[in-house]
Write a protein that binds this ligand. Structure first.
Ligand code: FES
Length: 96
C-alpha cells in the first residue's frame, strides 16, 4: 500500500510504500533535508514539523527525544530519519 506525503510549503507531494522512512520520502520528492549522521538518529538535523497526519505516527522514542535535547532541536519537530510513514502525512522543514 502506498501513502502520500505532502509538502505544502513547496506545493509538492510524493507517494511512497507504507513503511518508508520519512527522510527517504523527502528525498524522493527532490527536496533537501539536512543530515549530518547518515540517518543514524544522532545529529537531529533532519527535524521536520508534522502538519497533518501525526496521529498515524509511532510515538517518539526516548532515543529520539534524547537526540533532540542533546542537539537543541525544537521539541515539536520529529526526526525524519526516525519516522516510518504509514498513513498520509503533511510536513515542513524549517528551511523550506
Ligand atoms: S539525519 Fe541525523 S538525526 Fe536524522
Amino acid at each position: 500500500m502506498d501513502v502520500q506525503v505532502r509538502f505544502p510549503a513547496q506545493a509538492r507531494s510524493v507517494c511512497v510504500p507504507a513503511g518508508t522512512l520519512l527522510i527517504d520520502a523527502v528525498r524522493a520528492a527532490n527536496l533537501p533535508i539536512a543530515s549530518a549522521c547518515r540517518s543514524d538518529g544522532l545529529c537531529g538535523r533532519c527535524g521536520v514539523a508534522v502538519l497533518a497526519g501525526g496521529a498515524g505516527l509511532d510515538a517518539e522514542t526516548p532515543e529520539e527525544t534524547r537526540t533532540k535535547q542533546r542537539n537543541r532541536i525544537d521539541p515539536h519537530l520529529r526526526l525524519a530519519c526516525r519516522i516510518s510513514v504509514r498513513t498520509d502525512l503533511a510536513v515542513a522543514a524549517p528551511y523550506w
